[in-house]
Design a protein around this ligand. Structure first.
Ligand code: PLP
Length: 428
C-alpha cells in the first residue's frame, strides 16, 4: 500500500474460471468520470480518458504534499516518500528489475530527444542506426539527429503488400556496424503488434541495442520490459489512463554508461536523476500510482488474488478479450464495404493487433468520414498521427491520411454499434 491514499476496490465478478470472466463494464466505466457524458470516445490512441483515482492522487499531492523534497522536516520527508513510491509503482507496472532504471518526464517525444542527446557523445562516424518507417516520429527524429555525429541512418520499411515489418528485411540491414535499432511495439496506425523479443535477439547477436516505443501498445497489454528483450523502452501515461506524462526505462548498465544531462555536480552514477534535469513532476508521478491501483483492483474483481503483476495481467487478459471483440465488430463491418481499405490486419482473430483500426475510403477524403461522425458526438479522427513516413510511403497523404478509430477496454459493443450505424450513412 502506498502512503496517503486507500485504493478503492471494484465489486467482484463471480465466475468459476478467470479466463472466462468478462469485464463488468458498468464498474469499469464508473472509474472514468469523462465517460459519464454523451460522447462516444474512440480517439483513445490519441489519448485515453483519465482514471478518477489518478486525478484524486494528483489533487491530493498538490493540496497536501506541495513542499520541496530532500529536506529533513517531516512534510518534505513524506513528499519524498510519495514520489519514491510512485517510481516503485511504475517499476512494478513495467516489471523493471531495479527502481532506478525508471526515468520519468513530460512526454515520450521529450524523453527520446533527451536520451538521444545523451547518446550523441558516444557516436562514432560510420555507426549505423536502423529505424522503421512505421514508427511515430518521436522514435525516429532523435535518432536522425545523430547523423550530425557521423551516424548512418537506415530504414527498415514495412512490406507495402503485407503492411508488416518483416524479419528477413531487418536481417538484411543488420551488421556489426549497427549500434541501435529503434522500433515500435505496436503501430499507432496499423495496430499491429511487432515481435520485439525476436528482434532483440537478432539485434543483440550483432552487438547492437534495441529501443522500443510502446506508446500504442501499453494501453492494451501488460508491459514487461525484461521479457521484451529491449534495452530501452518508452511510453506515455496519458495513453494508459493517466496524466500527460511519460516513462523511459533502460537497462541499468546502459543508463550508467550515459553522460549526465543534469548539473555538473550530478554525476553519471546518479540514476535516474542524471537523466531528469529539473527533476520529475511530483504530482503527476504520484498520480500514476492510480494506474497500477486500478489494474490491480480490476484483476482482484476478476478473482485473481495473486501478486500485483498477476492481478494486472488478469486485468489485461480481460481487456484483450473484450477489445478483440470490439475490434472484430468494426473490422467485420468494414470488410463488407467494397470501397473501404483497412490499413492493417483486417481481423482481430489472430491476436496480432491492438484495437486501433485505420482505413481509407475509395474516392473520399478521410476528413469527410470524420466530420460526419462529429455530428453525432462520436470522437474519431483522421490524419497521419505523426507516423508521417508510413502514410507517405503508402501514398495516403492526398486523401488526408487515414480514418482512425481507436478503442479502449472501457468502450462497449453498443458504442461500436452506434459508430457503425453512422458510418453506414457516409460509406459507399
Ligand atoms: C506510437 C506513438 N509514439 C509516440 C508518441 C508521442 O508521445 P508523446 O505525445 O508523449 O510525445 C505517440 C503519440 O501519439 C504515439 O502514438
Amino acid at each position: 500500500m502506498v502512503e496517503g491514499m486507500t485504493p478503492s476496490t471494484l465489486p467482484p465478478n463471480p465466475s468459476p474460471s478467470l479466463t472466462s470472466v468478462a469485464l463488468n463494464l458498468d464498474h469499469i466505466r464508473a472509474e472514468f468520470p469523462a465517460l459519464q457524458g454523451e460522447c462516444v470516445y474512440l480517439d483513445n490512441a490519441g489519448g485515453s480518458l483519465v482514471l478518477r483515482r489518478v486525478a484524486d492522487r494528483v489533487r491530493d499531492y498538490l493540496l497536501t504534499s506541495s513542499v520541496q523534497l530532500g529536506a529533513s522536516y517531516s512534510q518534505s520527508q513524506d513528499a519524498g516518500a510519495r514520489v519514491l513510491a510512485a517510481r516503485r509503482s511504475v517499476a512494478t507496472l513495467i516489471n523493471a528489475a531495479h527502481d532506478d532504471e525508471v526515468v520519468m518526464g513530460g512526454a515520450t517525444t521529450a524523453l527520446m530527444f533527451q536520451l538521444t542527446s545523451a547518446l550523441l557523445l558516444g557516436i562514432r562516424p560510420g555507426d549505423e542506426i536502423i529505424v522503421t518507417n512505421s514508427d511515430h516520429e518521436s522514435n525516429i527524429g532523435g535518432w536522425a539527429r545523430l547523423q550530425s555525429a557521423g551516424a548512418v541512418l537506415k530504414f527498415w520499411n514495412v512490406n507495402p503488400a503485407t503492411l508488416a515489418l518483416e524479419l528477413p528485411d531487418l536481417e538484411r540491414l543488420l551488421s556489426p556496424r549497427v549500434v541501435w535499432v529503434a522500433m515500435t511495439h505496436a503501430s499507432n496506425i496499423l495496430g499491429t503488434v511487432n515481435p520485439v523479443a525476436e528482434v532483440a535477439e537478432r539485434v543483440h547477436a550483432v552487438g547492437g541495442r534495441l529501443c522500443v516505443d510502446a506508446v500504442a501498445y501499453a494501453p492494451h497489454r501488460l508491459v514487461d520490459v525484461q521479457a521484451s528483450g529491449a534495452d530501452l523502452y518508452v511510453f506515455s501515461f496519458y495513453k494508459v489512463f493517466g496524466p500527460h506524462y511519460a516513462v523511459l526505462w533502460g537497462r541499468r548498465e546502459l543508463l550508467l554508461a550515459l553522460p549526465s544531462l543534469n548539473h555538473y555536480f550530478i554525476g553519471p552514477e546518479v540514476l535516474p536523476y542524471k537523466l531528469q534535469p529539473g527533476n520529475v513532476n511530483y504530482e503527476l508521478s504520484y498520480g500514476c500510482i492510480g494506474i497500477s491501483d486500478y489494474l490491480q483492483a480490476v484483476g482482484a474483481s476478476l478473482g485473481c488474488s495473486g501478486s500485483a503483476r498477476q492481478q494486472m495481467q488478469a486485468a489485461f487478459d480481460a481487456f484483450e478479450r473484450h477489445e478483440d471483440q470490439l475490434a472484430e465488430q468494426l473490422l467485420s463491418y468494414l470488410r463488407g464495404k467494397a470501397g473501404v481499405r483497412i490499413i492493417g490486419l483486417d481481423s482481430a482473430a489472430s491476436g496480432g493487433r491492438v484495437p486501433t483500426v485505420s482505413f481509407t475510403v475509395a474516392g473520399m477524403m478521410s476528413e469527410t468520414v470524420v466530420r460526419h461522425l462529429d455530428r453525432f458526438n462520436i470522437g474519431i479522427r483522421f490524419g497521419d498521427f505523426y507516423a508521417k513516413r508510413l502514410v507517405d510511403a503508402l501514398g495516403l497523404q492526398a486523401q488526408g491520411g487515414v480514418v482512425r478509430v481507436s478503442m479502449a477496454h472501457y468502450n462497449t459493443a453498443a458504442e461500436i454499434g452506434r459508430l457503425i450505424q453512422h458510418l453506414d450513412e457516409v460509406l459507399p
